[in-house]
Design a protein around this ligand. Structure first.
Ligand code: PEP
Ligand code: MG
Length: 586
């Protein structure tokens, strides 16, 4: 049967670029259970025992970390899961059924544990119903371990991945098989999967709601990551139009890269330092190729592949040291592990509100041994004096003080052990929570630099979940409260004579850049792939005009007015003076 052509879906344009390839539907959550017959039941029972032991080991690790700081009550969900693993009646039932029915253990496990869940779902208390979801977790964990699942082998090369949602680690994993683009039902612009897609220069469209039902495996897709369009089974004419666009874009890309040795300086001589955000080891090579002046944010929680435990001091030290050497003489700003929120590593704790939960510096101060491992590694790697260190999710001065005490402890230990390090290591804080923005003056007095994290700042200031696609129209980077807050932080930082940079996704938004320059930011840090284009924009604008633009925007009281003002400025000052492909991004 001939399929419909040119069906268009529209979502959130989360990573720019065009791609044409076949769809690969990736439904991670749906574990496929086979009820095949088996002959060797002893072997099946052995696999079951191994999978139970592995699940237990994983859960014990999670449980001990959780009990330590979440307290017994909240850690109890893991205890309940562990109890299931130890339930002699359940286990002996599963073993008995494997032997009698001669079916794959995954089938029997699924069936037996689902019975538990059905019982709980029948209960009237919400509490019991919620526990049934926890049990889903343990069931999937055992089944995954039974299947010794490796997602990697299930994705073919050169496809467009279509999924309900995708995790940052999936994004990385799939990039290794040359995935052409990502299309997801859930997610927003600043979800970490989108950020990783941008850093890998893989086009992505998110928040489509029902792409996984409307697109079929093997459909030919065009993904337009500039405008958020997906074209399913395009006709010949549309296909040729996009092939032509891809060709023109790659030519323009080459021209942009030729700017790599030119400074990012406005027409009237103001230099803006453009740095790169580093999410993946693979990006290091691109930093100089794209002309970035060092690394303004290393998301350390994304770098280490090991999903089950935190990297040891030595592993971290070697990594940071080699990074500092590769980037030398430019600077590398390493951020302490920002675990929690949508970046879940390495434990899958279930929190009712993860973004308002145990995240960033809170989790690190609660786990001083873990934190010290990182601080010591950073200090030891700092001998070339081009490393700076900053902490995420700070809400109060006490956190900065506690961090400084840990830093001093680590210095003292290293001195005694005879290690060398940069005694004047510069430290900073991320300003990404409204309380930190309000306290910018006091914070600035405590540290050497401030780095504004607009991804979170906007989320917390406007109370809009950064990864919830339903709310994406409310996630407004040009909300008057956002730009007034930015102005306040920058002014306080300047008064204290310290560097203020911005490392959220806003710094790679072409339309936002004149405003950010006008507000007085001296440094912007962004996905490495965005650096050439932002440099080009800065070279087209005048600081004097940007300042006037920022003043005007600060006086406006609605997002629509500010948005219009910025688009008009962009059209008049950037588009008219530059090649037409910049029109694609508006
Ligand atoms: C931010 O919040 O803007 C930021 C840069 O940090 P992350 O996106 O890693 O939370
Ligand atoms: Mg953040």
């Amino acid at each position: 049967m001939k399929k419909d052509t040119n069906k268009i879906l529209h979502g959130i344009a989360s990573a720019p670029g065009f791609a044409i390839a076949q769809a690969h539907i990736y439904l991670k959550d749906r574990e496929e259970i086979s009820d095949s017959n088996i002959t060797d039941t002893d072997e099946a029972v052995k696999s079951l025992n191994e999978a139970l032991a592995k699940s237990k080991k994983e859960l014990n690790k999670i449980f001990s970390l959780a009990i330590d700081k979440l307290g017994e009550k909240r850690a109890a969900i893991f205890e309940a899961q562990l109890m299931i693993l130890d339930d002699p009646i359940l286990i002996s039932n599963i073993v008995k059924r494997i032997k009698e029915e001669k079916k794959l253990p995954e089938y029997i496990v699924d069936d037996e544990i689902s019975k538990y869940q059905q019982l709980m779902n029948l209960a009237h208390e919400t509490y019991m119903k919620e526990r049934s979801h926890d049990i889903e977790d343990i069931k999937n964990r055992i089944i995954r371990n039974l299947k010794k699942k490796k997602w990697k082998s299930r994705i073919e090369s050169d496809v467009i991945v279509v999924a309900r949602s995708i995790s940052p680690s999936d994004t990385v994993l799939f990039s290794r098989v040359n995935v052409k683009a990502y299309v997801t039902d859930l997610g927003g612009l600043t979800s970490h999967a989108s950020i990783v897609a941008r850093s890998l220069s893989i086009p992505a469209v998110v928040g489509l709601h029902d792409s996984t039902t409307l697109i079929e495996d093997g459909d030919l897709l065009i993904v337009d990551g500039f405008h958020g369009d997906i074209i399913i089974n395009p006709d010949e004419e549309t296909l040729n139009k996009y092939k032509d666009k891809i060709e023109r874009l790659s030519k323009a890309d080459k021209e942009l890269r030729e700017l790599k040795d030119e400074p990012a300086v406005t027409k009237d001589g103001k230099e803006v330092k453009l740095m790169a955000n580093l999410d993946l080891s693979e990006e290091v090579e691109l930093i100089f190729q794209n002309g970035a002046k060092g690394v303004g944010l290393v998301r350390t929680e994304q770098l280490f592949d090991n999903a089950e435990s935190f990297p040891e001091e030595e592993e971290q030290y070697l990594y940071y040291k080699s990074l500092s050497e590769k980037i030398y003489p430019e600077t590398v700003i390493i951020r302490a592990f920002d675990i929690g929120g949508d970046k879940v590593l390495p434990v899958d704790l279930k929190e009712p509100n993860p973004f308002l939960g145990w995240r960033g510096i809170r989790l690190l101060l609660d786990n001083p041994n873990l934190f010290k491992t990182q601080v010591r590694a950073v200090l030891r790697a700092s001998v070339n004096k081009n490393i700076k260190f900053m902490i995420p999710m700070v809400t109060e001065l006490a956190e900065i003080r506690k961090f400084k005490m840990i830093l001093e402890d680590c210095k003292e230990e290293l001195r005694k052990e005879g290690h060398s390090f940069d005694k004047g290591l510069k430290i900073g804080v991320m300003v990404e929570i409204p309380s930190a923005a309000v306290m910018a003056k006091e914070f600035a007095e405590q540290v050497d630099f401030l780095s504004i994290g607009t991804n979170d700042l906007i989320q917390y200031l406007l109370a809009v979940d950064r990864v919830n696609e339903i709310l994406s129209p409310l996630y407004q980077e040009f909300h008057p409260a956002v730009i007034r807050t930015l102005s306040h932080i920058i002014k306080e930082g300047k008064k204290a004579k310290i560097m203020v940079s911005l490392c959220g996704e806003m710094s790679s938004d072409p339309v936002a850049v004149p405003l950010l320059v006008g507000l007085g930011l001296d440094c912007l840090s962004m996905s490495v792939s965005a650096v050439p284009m932002i440099k080009k924009i800065i070279r087209h604008i005048s600081f004097k005009e940007c300042k006037a633009l920022a003043e005007k925007c600060l006086s406006l009281s609605t997002e629509i007015e500010i948005n219009n003002k910025l688009h008009i400025f962009f059209t008049n000052n950037v588009l008219t003076t530059s090649e037409d492909f910049l029109g694609e991004i508006q």
